[in-house]
Design a protein around this ligand. Structure first.
Ligand SMILES: [Zn+2]
Length: 330
């Protein structure tokens, strides 16, 4: 990465944006934020546990004159592009702030077995599951070793310099996602809950939840906040938070209609529903069969979250046959 092209940017007094590259990933980069305080600094999100992320982070910390031995960490959610590098950056005296629902899900092995079984039930091909897991950043670039966290919940405060942030629980994109809101500065650090240039991916890989319902509820919560500036986890910083929230809500309503119309032709598994939905990458990969398995995985997880939402609304129903789940209109 050429750092001349990707400078550290001071957004507000004492708040810097650092662009951490995510090589060979469609997200391209993560926005980490460095907040310089009087005694302690705070780094919000870190990038993958990957040498390119590490070298970009260290270069930028030198430029901002941030000493890691006086630095704590806040992680918006458990995805590897946000939490991966924290195990390598944290010092013995660092506090890592995180959320309770995801604290025991950071190590990969246990819950991925459940994903695998659930994916099979929803029609995802066995061979592709193997490829997905091999390539998945969560598998390759997650944090190493056990981490101890200071767990935060709704309305907890974090003070850095002149900024007093309030935690806002925003489950949906992940089950424990936290945003930070600074009411007097009208500043929202949004993680992957609200992004301007891309649509946050809302997946579902187990049966006990309704992630889309949670996500829409979390959008409505953020819609109520008085926000002048949003610092998101990816791509551009933006100003009109409420407008973007409304766009995202409309997007999911449109997706729900799309799923309903796909089911008009009869009963289908979630994987088949996903194959008939419209996807942004359809230009690069004109047919579903050409989609790389990781893209099929994201698409199927997204289809399942919409199917679950419609099922709980009583608009569609499921039938289970030989451990396979089929959906149809009611
Ligand atoms: Zn992310």
């Amino acid at each position: 990465m050429n750092l001349k092209d990707k400078p550290v940017e001071e957004i507000l007094p004492g708040i810097y944006r650092i662009e951490i590259p995510l090589p060979k990933n469609p997200l391209r980069a993560l926005n980490a934020y460095v907040l310089k305080g009087t005694d302690r600094n705070l780094i919000i999100d870190t990038g993958w546990n990957h040498e390119d992320c590490m070298s970009a982070m260290l270069t930028c910390l030198r430029k901002t004159d941030v000493n890691l031995s006086k630095t704590d960490f806040f992680i918006t959610h458990l995805h590897a592009d946000h939490i991966g590098l924290v195990s390598a950056l944290a010092q013995d005296n660092s506090t890592i702030y995180f959320n309770e629902p995801e604290a025991d899900k950071v190590s990969v092995s246990a819950y991925w077995e459940e994903f695998r079984r659930f994916a099979r039930q929803n029609g995802f091909p066995k061979d592709d599951i193997r490829t997905v897991f091999r390539r998945h950043p969560g598998y390759k670039y997650g944090p190493r070793g056990p981490l101890s966290f200071c767990l935060l919940k709704e309305n907890d405060r974090l003070t850095i310099g002149d900024y007093i942030f309030k935690c806002i629980e925003t489950p949906g994109h992940s089950i424990g996602h936290l945003c930070l809101y600074e009411p007097s500065k009208k500043l929202l650090i949004s993680g992957d809950h609200v992004l301007q240039d891309i649509t946050p991916n809302i997946q579902l890989w187990s049966d006990g939840r309704n992630t889309l319902k949670q996500y829409i509820r979390s959008l409505k919560k953020v819609e109520q906040l008085d926000v002048d500036l949003v610092l998101p986890g990816h791509r551009r910083i933006f100003t009109n938070c409420r407008k973007r929230v409304l766009e995202l809500r409309a997007h999911h309503q449109h997706r729900l209609k799309e799923v309903m119309s796909i089911l008009e032709n009869g009963e289908l598994q979630a994987y088949q529903v996903a194959s008939r939905m419209a996807w942004d990458i359809s230009e690069a990969f004109p047919s579903w069969d050409e989609f790389p398995p990781p893209q099929k995985w994201f698409a199927t997880g997204e289809a399942i979250s919409h199917l679950k939402y419609l099922e709980e609304e009583g608009r569609i129903q499921r039938r289970i046959s030989e451990q396979r789940i089929f959906f149809s209109l009611k």
